[in-house]
Design a protein around this ligand. Structure first.
Ligand code: SIN
Length: 302
């Protein structure tokens, strides 16, 4: 059967059928996935759960894979894989239990914006047969386009600082059991600068590129002006007008864009309902980033 794509009907998101990611995919299948991905920003491919080698093989078709700075729940043999889970084994957590619980864009704390995240469901919590723990998304092309033209013109000129530590500290302040952030992590992920409006390296379209968890400040504004503008933009970006929520099924693979979307793990389940997800994150492309964003962003903040 030929692959098909069915848009969700929401602001973003689509389902792709008739592709089996447990096996190497053909170039035609990859081209089909890539087009559906760029058209819809989030795509779901269903199937049976498959092994980490298959997840890495597919992720590498999209680009080089990140070794996540969170470090915990990284398998020494397969360090590209991050385990997200509320399960414990012998009293020890099997994976990160609180990943993604603030609105964010993966890898915006890298000097070059990230490309994609691939999240594969091994266990999905349910209640009365209904899946729990949706992943919620917002479309940042639409968020940008919905702003007033004068504000868009102003934002087009601005750059913002992003930093991984901000998210880590905010999670600890919210009661997360994460260990304290280390100097080694700080050195690995120094603050970086990106345009507030990123020209998408693959599609050339403009997207609002700030998020509540990881964007710290806007360069050239006073702290109070920066906070005021950022808080306005965060509220705007999170508006349900731009929304899609993925309802998980065991075996789903969700692939999302990290240049023109933000996302949130919505939670809503407890230890009695196990969730087990394996993830890879795909790095951006420096040449494409620079081609579309000229001299803006893509540098460390000093
Ligand atoms: C993430 O933000 O990478 C995790 C999303 C989820 O677990 O639903």
């Amino acid at each position: 059967m030929k692959p098909t794509v069915t848009p969700s009907g929401a602001a973003l998101g689509a389902r792709v059928d008739n592709i089996d990611l447990s096996k190497p995919i053909t170039d035609e299948e990859f081209d089909f996935i890539e087009k559906a991905f760029h058209d819809n920003l989030v795509i779901a491919i269903s199937g049976k759960p498959y092994d980490d080698e298959s997840l890495i093989r597919f992720g590498k078709r999209l680009g080089e894979l990140e070794l996540n700075v969170a470090r915990t729940f990284r398998d020494d043999n397969l360090p590209q894989i991050n385990v997200l889970s509320n399960l414990t084994v012998d009293g020890k957590p099997l994976g990160s239990a609180d990943a993604g619980q603030m609105w964010h864009t993966d890898l915006c704390y890298n000097r070059i914006s990230g490309h994609a995240t691939v999240l594969h469901a091994h266990l999905v919590p349910t209640r009365d047969g209904q899946p729990l723990g949706d992943t919620a998304f917002r479309n940042m092309y639409q968020a940008y386009e919905a702003l007033a033209p004068e504000l868009r013109a102003r934002l087009d000129q601005l750059e913002a600082v992003h930093e991984f530590e901000q998210l880590w500290s905010a999670m600890i302040a919210r009661g997360s059991k994460r260990p304290p952030y280390t100097d080694e992590q700080r050195a690995e992920k120094p603050a970086v600068v990106h345009p507030v409006v990123l020209v998408h390296p693959w599609t050339g379209r403009k997207a609002l590129y700030v998020n509540r968890a990881l964007t710290k400040s806007i360069i050239g504004l006073s702290p109070s002006e920066s906070d005021e503008l950022l808080n306005f933009l965060f509220d705007h970006a999170e508006d349900p007008r731009f929304a899609y929520a993925h309802k998980w099924q065991v075996g789903d693979t969700l692939i999302w864009d990290n240049c023109a979307s933000i996302h949130l793990a919505t939670g809503g389940y407890d230890a009695s309902t196990p969730r087990l997800m394996h993830r890879v994150q795909v790095l951006g492309d420096e040449a494409l980033y620079r081609q579309h964003n000229k001299d803006r962003g893509g540098r460390y903040y000093v």
